[in-house]
Design a protein around this ligand. Sequence first.
Ligand code: URA
Length: 239
Amino acid sequence: MERLQKVIAQAGITSRRKAEGLITSGKVSVNGHKVTELGTKVDASKDEVVVDGVPINKEEPVYFLMYKPTGVISSVSDEFGRKVVTDYIDVEQRIYPIGRLDFDTSGLLLLTNDGEFANLLMHPKYKIKKTYIAKVEGMPLRETLKKLEKGVQLEDGKTAPAQVKVKKTDKTKNSSIVEISIHEGKNRQVRRMLEAVGHPVLKLKRENYGFLHLRGMNAGEFRELKPHEVKQLRELAVT
Ligand code: URA
């Protein structure tokens, strides 16, 4: 038996804190009875938990890969009415993004309604490689790349080793295109790493997530992941 808010959060519907709000505001029922007590314990495999009229465990798990455009929030709703990533994908299931890309960052984003899968991919213990293409100010020196490769000190700790390549430099515009691969997911990590070594990011795009890529897709487009891709991601996460 587990606490109701935990079961709702694990089903991927929302965070545990927001699940508590759903319970206390009378949006949740268990086996046909409204429950507003936060301490309530349920058996996720037997009890029927319904949130906003929809049974939580009855949804088919779905998995999407999206090419997030810039100027879109990686969330399911926004208090200021700005566009959110789920506006692009019209499905019945309550999907949400796995991790996030900044408002100003474009690129590969996964979405699902499978809470266990999302937790697996986001868990800091499991290190999936993500590759970004950044347009930066200036022309990084070799020793600067070395610093990024070794890890740089940010205010919330030192970053793990990264792989970095300069793809192109533009002397007249004093800017460069840098490819950087990291395994962690600290908030605004790539921007902060490059800023820390003196090369502020002008533009950022995530091109790869593990073996997944964006080739052939335009910003705003999405596709369902194939079952073998979902399986491979699970394997990648735990190895
Ligand atoms: N690093 C960033 O700085 N921003 C993102 O959106 C993702 C990684």
